[in-house]
Write a new protein. Structure first.
Length: 317
């Protein structure tokens, strides 16, 4: 069955989709043992980075106000889930600690993506609240705000503080967007962080949902630095392949709107309903990807879809 990529905003498709374990020459990966929700808990942010993918939002001051309702909805999710908290800037959210304590009490795990501008006191309070239910702590290195050697050293020292206070199963990483201004600095920065015992991942710059028009030389440079978040490629496409997104992965905004994935949210194509409402519904199983570019590495890293040569690799093992 040939799948045509969705390339522009459309009316939401019927939900849930039909389950397909095999499509586009690929079989679905094993059923995930844990789901993952990418939750933008606010649009509020104290930074205004020139390359921010959210800079065109109409309202940069929203935050999820219905904490109790969100926690009740998370409690209704079947099984165990990782809730990846992002924004905006999540440490600007007034009930962040209440949220992570509530998620912990629901039996779920949390991860966080932050611009790392919060005080050490706030960061340690977060770690104390989530305790052993933390999985990933990701700190964004924004060189438009971390400009001097002194500020970079302060970022690194704060990173070491967080990394040294993580629970055993959690990991820390820093990320940096490969703008053309940043590009010449990235190799040296990756080495500097590695020498300090820290991992720095690079991310391609995006504009209106797509990777910017890098030259072939620039693309090769990004791949040599690990590709997008260390996954070996600048941009991934899983068009037509069976993906568990919608069943074990979805994206959620601060108002409760839930979409199958970030591309689905961008094109308004596959809407699960409002997470706070009884109409919210997960898919029954995997279904084909409808998008030519997977711009979020969260479902990729968590094995929601088969990567290249999946059938051959699985057959050999």
């Amino acid at each position: 069955m040939k799948i045509e990529a969705i390339k522009s905003r459309i009316k939401p498709l019927a939900w849930p989709p039909k389950t397909l374990m095999d499509s586009a020459g690929y079989s679905a990966t094993a059923e995930p043992s844990r789901g993952v929700v990418t939750w933008n808990i606010n649009t509020t942010c104290n930074y205004r980075c020139s390359y921010c993918t959210q800079k065109f939002l109409d309202n940069r001051a929203r935050w999820a106000k219905d904490t109790e309702l969100f926690l009740a909805a998370f409690k209704r999710l079947p099984g165990e889930w990782e809730i990846k908290l992002s924004g905006g800037e999540p440490f600007q959210h007034p009930t962040l600690l209440e949220i992570v304590e509530g998620l912990k009490n629901c039996g779920h795990f949390a991860s966080v993506v932050t611009n790392f501008s919060a005080s050490e006191k706030k960061l340690l309070a977060f770690l104390s609240s989530i305790q052993d239910k933390l999985l990933v702590f990701s700190a964004s290195l924004h060189l438009e705000y971390v400009k001097s050697d002194k500020e970079l050293n302060e970022f690194i020292q704060k990173a070491l503080l967080v990394q040294n206070n993580l629970p055993l199963q959690a990991s820390f990483n820093a990320t940096c967007v490969a703008t053309r201004e940043n590009f010449p600095k990235l190799q040296e920065l990756v080495k500097l962080f590695a020498d300090k015992g820290l991992r720095l991942k690079v991310q391609p710059e995006k504009f209106q949902g797509d990777v910017i028009d890098y030259t072939e030389e620039e693309k090769q440079g990004l791949v040599q630095l690990g590709g997008h978040n260390g996954l070996g490629k600048v941009a991934w496409s899983f068009l037509g392949r069976p993906c568990w997104a919608g069943r074990y992965s979805f994206t959620l905004d601060d108002l409760g709107n839930a979409w199958r994935c970030y591309p689905a949210r961008r094109f308004r194509a596959q809407y699960l309903g409002n997470f706070l409402s009884p109409s919210f519904q997960l898919a029954a199983g995997p279904s084909p990807c409808l998008y030519s570019y997977c711009n979020c590495t969260v479902p990729i890293e968590r094995g929601m879809m088969p990567k290249d040569n999946f059938l051959e690799v699985r057959h050999e093992n």
